[in-house]
Design a protein around this ligand. Structure first.
Ligand code: 5GP
Length: 115
């Protein structure tokens, strides 16, 4: 069950402040509060999805395409499109997902360690 008291739901509703890097009616990108790279954005659909599986199973195909298309748009806006960037998402306990609102991390702005 989606818990609408999670921190990203509160940020989307404007109840908690965040540095917004990009926003439209379906997607918001914010700066991660504990950045793991020079550029570290969190990209969230505004719809209520717990994780990537909830999103890809339950969102409309257009919403899914719109979301993933927005990543390159946001990377361009952040100036990391040409130099390259990493996209990752955590799902569940073993991946240490801490916020139960689907989001992807977009990291770049420097050479990232391989893993
Ligand atoms: P996860 O571990 O769920 O994949 O990622 C959650 C991310 O949210 C972490 O990288 C963490 O630093 C970030 N985060 C946690 N609380 C806040 C907050 O209040 N504001 C912002 N901007 N980021 C947050």
């Amino acid at each position: 069950m989606y818990d609408n008291n999670n921190i990203f739901a509160k940020i989307i509703r404007g109840e908690i402040k965040a540095t917004t890097l990009y926003e439209d009616d379906k997607v918001i990108a914010i700066q991660d509060i504990f950045p793991k790279a020079k550029v570290h954005a969190l990209v969230l659909p505004k719809g209520e999805y717990i994780d990537i599986d909830d999103f890809t199973s339950n969102a409309d195909p257009q919403e899914i395409k719109f979301f993933f298309d927005s990543l390159s748009k946001i990377a361009k806006q952040l100036g990391i499109f040409e130099s390259g960037y990493r996209v990752l998402t955590n799902k569940g306990n073993d991946a240490t997902q801490t916020v139960k609102h689907f989001h992807v991390h977009v990291l770049g702005g420097e050479l990232l360690r391989a893993f």
